[in-house]
Design a binder for this molecule. Sequence first.
Ligand code: SF4
Length: 238
Amino acid sequence: MPKITDHAGMRIGYLQKTSLIEYPGKISAVVFTQGCNFRCPYCHNPELVDPSRFTPPLDIQDIFSFLETRRGRCDAVTITGGEPCMQAGLLSFIKEVKEMGYLVKLDTNGSFPEVLFEATMSGLVDYIAMDVKAPLSRYEETVRITCDPAAVEESIGIVMRSGLPYEFRTTMVKGLLNLEDFKAIGCMIKGARHYILQRFVVSKHLDERFAQAGSFAEEEISSIADMLIGFVGRLSVR
Ligand code: SF4
């Protein structure tokens, strides 16, 4: 069995044993951390964001035991949330996952640039997916909490300079973002390797009123994609 180091403060709410889509081109297990500093109203993981909906966290030892059984059959571990970078035990957790031979993909909202910097500089992470929620001027309004948008800007720079494969992504919620906002986001990530426009899908949401939020029409999505295509190396819509 692997040696368990200091994972104090690492709260994992859910483990998806296999995913073929979370880590591009790899078979990955997906670890969902509990807790997020943002309150995006359209969030479809409210049970990982709202503390009143938290279930008892999983035993870390059980997760490592599971990963032990998957060696050679699973390529990677995706760490998502919630917001993984607010977990005190994140880096030691990743270190141990790496020592087991897994690739690691880290999903983040970009509000903890110091953690992101350390994770990328220390070679602990192999792939980064970072949300860019809105133009900086509209960040707090979008994520519904007082925050420092400059931290997100700093994280964009860290990701782009990291030398790692990465993607930025924005959920397209018609009630929150308009054409000008997408143009401003394009300027923020100009020169990025890969940008993903994510269609808003009605499901469960942190703010259930957002179940009624309008999705952009396909023609609008095409126009936004056309407008942004020159800003980034690769643009995807999903
Ligand atoms: S969408 Fe992501 S950043 Fe926003 S509240 Fe949900 S988990 Fe947090």
